[in-house]
Design a protein around this ligand. Structure first.
Ligand code: NAD
Length: 277
């Protein structure tokens, strides 16, 4: 039976550590979250961030705009946060409505406060294998693997999913740890043929049950990033019950990568604060 890679438990350990570290700061630090619209998924992600923040003594300033907000209003708020020393990090909760220029909004965040690691400055650092603020999900995946002592140097890592926010940053973060990385997507010809070859398989497709027992092999480490909600249930991309009978280690959904993403965001907040002083 596969080992359970418990992101929830590790999240609690990180929270306890961060609480002490943030307590050592002279003033309570704030995280700014800007949201446009009222998407259920976004509300849910923000809720998790707020709960974690409360646990570790961080204040959250959450601004929620109507869908018809002017781009400049958001940019002006971000510019104010950039120069406000009580704000340690700025999150623009994605997605935002199509009518807004996502890139102009993101690029207005001071890269030193970009705790989601999505400005071109931080993406460039990730691309070049240099130190920067790494997107929270990618950071969380690597931290969880390292926590459980999974060697990444020279191993074959397969990432399913190539989105700019999730799949690509994960692939780069694994490459920066010297894994040999293959990225699969909807045009990949023989998905099972690729995934079966992995030592570490990371799935971020948003397609419940995509990875079945026939996509995996003995001893693999499987990280399920997928989160889909159907019939009130949270589902990953991996057929957990059948896959766990084959592989060496696996993350549950919920309780795997999700809590790691939240914890990593606040680790970035601490790094960001340290780089601002
Ligand atoms: P996305 O839709 O932008 O990208 C999905 C990617 O998966 C695409 O690159 C696509 O090519 C690939 N893909 C989809 N179906 C496929 C298939 N049948 N075969 C091969 N490749 C396929 O989604 P995203 O924003 O990258 O998010 C992916 C998943 O991760 C979603 O379920 C999302 O909710 C979840 N997510 C989880 C966390 C977390 O903390 N656990 C954080 C962010 C996103």
């Amino acid at each position: 039976m596969a080992k359970n890679l418990d992101g929830k438990k590790f999240n609690e350990e990180i929270a306890a550590r961060l609480k002490k570290q943030f307590e050592n700061l002279p003033e309570k630090l704030k995280l700014a979250i800007l949201q446009v619209g009222d998407l259920k998924e976004s509300n849910n992600y923000i809720k998790h961030k707020v709960v974690f923040a409360e646990k570790i003594g961080i204040l959250v300033e959450h601004k929620q705009y109507k869908e018809d907000v002017e781009e400049q209003e958001i940019i002006s708020a971000i510019e104010e946060y950039n120069s406000d020393i009580s704000i340690g990090g700025i999150v623009v909760q994605l997605p935002i409505p199509e009518g807004l220029n996502k890139y102009r909004i993101i690029e207005s965040i001071d890269p030193r406060k970009d705790v989601d690691g999505i400005t071109s400055t931080n993406i460039n650092l990730l691309f070049n294998g240099k130190l920067g603020l790494v997107p929270a999900t990618a950071k969380g995946v690597v931290s969880l693997l390292e926590k459980y002592g999974v060697n990444l140097v020279g191993v074959k890592a397969v990432v399913v999913g190539e989105s700019a926010l999730v799949g690509r940053p994960i692939a780069l973060a694994l490459l920066n740890k010297k894994a040999t990385v293959t990225v699969c997507h909807t045009h990949t010809k023989n998905l099972a043929g690729e995934t079966r070859l992995a030592d570490v398989l990371v799935v971020a497709a948003g397609y419940p049950g995509l990875i079945t027992a026939s996509h995996v092999s003995r001893g693999q480490v499987v990280i399920d990033v997928g989160i889909s909600v159907a019939g009130g249930q949270v589902l990953g991309d991996v057929d957990y019950e059948n896959v766990k009978k084959v592989v060496g280690a696996i993350t549950p959904v919920p309780g795997g990568v999700g809590p790691m993403t939240v914890a990593s965001l606040f680790q970035n907040l601490l790094e960001a604060k340290n780089s601002q002083t």
